[in-house]
Design a protein around this ligand. Structure first.
Ligand code: AMP
Ligand code: ZN
Length: 148
C-alpha cells in the first residue's frame, strides 16, 4: 500500500473506504469524477501516495501520474463533446486547494460556458521581470545542488 493519511478523503477514496466514480486506475494513480464539477465530466487525477501538494511529490510519482494526462484528456474530450479542457492544479489554500492530497483537475470546457476565465493578468513594470527571473533561477540552482 502507498503511504496514506488516515484523515485524508482522497486516501479513503483510493483505499475504497468511501465511494467514488472511478474512470481510470494504475498502480500509482487514480482518476475519478469530481463530486461537485465545474462542468460535467470534471475529473480528478491523484497519485496514490499521500502528499499534501504537487510540490511534495517525488519526481517518479509526479511523472507516473502526469503521464496519464494525455490519455485522460483525449477520453474526456470525446466522452463529453467538450471544445477544450482546463488542466489545473491548486497548490495551497491561497491557490484554492481544499483537499490536501495533491491532484490535477481536468475540466471540460465549452465555448460560451459560464466558467470565468482567464484570470486577470498584469504586465511587469521596470526591472521586475529581470529580478523575478533572477530569483527563480537562484532557487532552481539551490534545488539542483540539493538533488545532485
Ligand atoms: P481543490 O479545491 O483543488 O483541493 O479540489 C478538491 C476537489 O475535490 C473539489 O473540486 C471537490 O469538489 C472535490 N471533492 C471533494 N470531495 C470529493 C469526493 N468525495 N468525491 C469526489 N470529489 C470530491
Ligand atoms: Zn491522501
Amino acid at each position: 500500500m502507498p503511504p496514506r493519511d488516515p484523515s485524508c478523503i482522497f486516501c479513503k477514496i483510493i483505499a475504497g473506504d468511501i465511494p467514488s466514480a472511478r474512470v481510470f486506475e494504475s498502480d500509482s494513480s487514480l482518476a475519478f469524477l469530481d463530486i461537485n464539477p465545474v462542468n460535467q465530466g470534471h475529473v480528478l487525477l491523484v497519485p496514490k501516495e499521500h502528499h499534501a501538494t504537487i510540490a511534495d511529490l517525488s519526481d517518479e510519482a509526479a511523472a507516473e501520474t502526469a503521464s496519464l494526462l494525455p490519455l485522460l484528456c483525449r477520453a474526456l474530450l470525446k466522452a463529453t463533446g467538450a471544445h477544450g479542457l482546463n488542466v489545473i492544479v491548486n497548490n495551497g489554500r491561497a491557490a484554492g486547494q481544499t483537499v490536501d492530497h495533491g491532484h490535477w483537475h481536468l475540466i471540460p470546457r465549452f465555448v460560451d460556458d459560464a466558467v470565468n476565465w482567464p484570470w486577470p493578468h498584469t504586465p511587469y513594470s521596470g526591472d521586475e521581470l529581470g529580478q523575478m527571473q533572477f530569483r527563480v533561477l537562484r532557487e532552481l540552482a539551490i534545488e539542483g545542488g540539493r538533488s545532485s
